[in-house]
Design a protein around this ligand. Structure first.
Ligand code: ZN
Length: 196
């Protein structure tokens, strides 16, 4: 197992953030360490994503940027700091990434496709809301749909990008993290459709 796999399987970004002194609140939000951020605009879970500056990644990306280390050194540092076994960088051999078991499974592929379809629908709707419900002038109150669009578009785009272009473990983590949320989004989309 490579040092990257060891980190990926054991240390979600959130654990690394907290270990290295960044406070994450109960909603999994924190002030972004990569831009001047007064109000928490970074979401941290297995991975992190900043709604302010767009920084994103996993525990290794975070430690690499935070301490100015290369990715491999960052992964080794995490293993050392968390007492995880890691091979010395000198005798690293390449092993093809272990495919999470769930991915072998037809059910996973089905779930992934389902998440993609629901999130695409949601993104489409959010983009429509962003223009349809935009405030008419500076004094008008912001419509909740407009606020939701501003808040969610980047995040949903990021999730869709991960499904499309992410490596196999990122996708497995995403489905595990957001599968339940996607079901709620679908339920809501159906309700909205039935109202119209
Ligand atoms: Zn940021």
């Amino acid at each position: 197992m490579s040092v990257f796999d060891t980190v990926r399987e054991n240390i979600p970004a959130r654990k690394a953030f907290e270990h290295y002194g960044i406070r994450v609140n109960r909603n999994g939000m924190c002030s972004c360490p990569f831009h001047c951020d007064k109000h928490p605009s970074m979401k941290v879970d297995v991975r992190y994503y900043c709604f302010g500056c767009g920084e994103k990644g996993d525990a290794v990306d975070f430690v690499s940027k935070h301490f100015g280390l290369g990715l491999r050194d960052a992964a080794v540092k995490i293993c050392e700091d968390f007492g995880l076994p890691c091979q010395s960088p000198g005798n690293m051999t390449y092993h093809p990434k272990a495919i999470p078991k769930a991915l072998d499974d037809k059910l996973f592929q089905k779930t992934e496709r389902y998440c993609f379809i629901v999130l695409s629908d949601y993104l489409h709707l959010l983009k429509r809301w962003k223009t349809e419900y935009a405030p008419v002038d500076e004094t008008s109150k912001w419509h909740p749909y407009f606020v939701e669009a501003l808040k969610e578009i980047d995040h949903v785009e990021y999730l869709l990008d991960t499904i499309l272009y992410g490596n196999i473990s990122d996708r497995a983590f995403l489905i595990a993290d957001y599968g339940r949320k996607v079901i709620l989004i679908e339920r809501r989309l159906n309700e909205l459709r039935s109202k119209n």
